[in-house]
Unconditional design. Structure first.
Length: 91
């Protein structure tokens, strides 16, 4: 709302028009706010929380599984290397 629009008010009809315009702008702002609240409500529901939690848990489980695989490969490589060293010492 600018002071420019108040300068154009000269009659009672202009006041009524400006009042209707302000009410319309308030309704638009209220609808946008309600849309935002609805979006936040959908984001914060129990179902969406558990979906995000389950996705995070699956990601952590996948990470730990891959880490374990790489660790086993590294240990196997060291074990093979140690066995080769023992065989060389025997010969």
């Amino acid at each position: 709302m600018s002071s420019q629009s108040f300068k154009n008010i000269r009659t009672l009809q202009d006041i009524k028009l400006e009042k209707a315009k302000i009410r319309y702008e308030m309704l638009i702002a209220e609808n946008r706010l309600l849309d935002s609240f609805n979006a936040v409500e959908k984001l914060v529901t129990i179902v969406s929380f558990f979906r995000r939690f389950a996705a995070g848990f699956a990601y952590a489980q996948h990470f730990i599984s891959n880490f374990h695989k790489y660790l086993e490969k590294l240990m196997f490589w060291k074990k093979d290397k140690n066995e080769e060293s023992e065989e060389d010492e025997k010969n």
